[in-house]
Ligand binder design. Structure first.
Ligand SMILES: C[C@H](O)[C@H](O)[C@H]1CNC2=NC(N)=NC(=O)C2=N1
Length: 117
């Protein structure tokens, strides 16, 4: 199976299908530290990363923002002292698309460039 982090997002222009339970079961093991949560009535992928200080947290945040711009798929990012909460979901379908799993895997890869606590 091709690794999620190596894949690119397909453009979401509306009308895409949410990811199915079978595919989630197949690919979720590649992003074991992410939780599927329900917020505002929508399924989202969420993970908290811990860093040594605010400077590292905001540098990581900006790097995730750059990846989002490159792929045209955008997360919610909450940057705090020593901590960044990242949430991925697909606004156009109000839930999870494979793109969100791809971006979660890319986010994990980016995090390895920063020293985590
Ligand atoms: C036109 C543009 O590509 C779309 O609005 C994109 C932008 N980034 C996006 N990001 C996310 N997470 N979900 C979307 O549905 C989405 N739509």
């Amino acid at each position: 199976m091709e690794q999620l982090a190596q894949q690119g997002c397909v453009p979401c222009i509306g009308g895409e299908s949410p990811i199915g339970a079978a595919e989630i079961a197949q690919i979720k093991p590649q992003i074991p530290d992410w939780n599927i949560v329900e917020e505002e009535g929508e399924a989202r992928l969420k993970r908290v990363y811990k860093f040594a200080d605010f400077k590292t947290a905001i540098a990581f945040t900006n790097s995730v923002g750059d990846a989002a711009e490159k792929e045209g798929h955008h997360p919610a990012l909450l940057t705090e002292w020593g901590k960044v909460t990242v949430s991925w979901w697909t606004h156009s379908i109000g839930g999870l698309h494979k793109n969100d799993f791809i971006m979660a895997a890319k986010t994990d890869a980016i995090a390895t460039e920063f020293i985590q606590k």
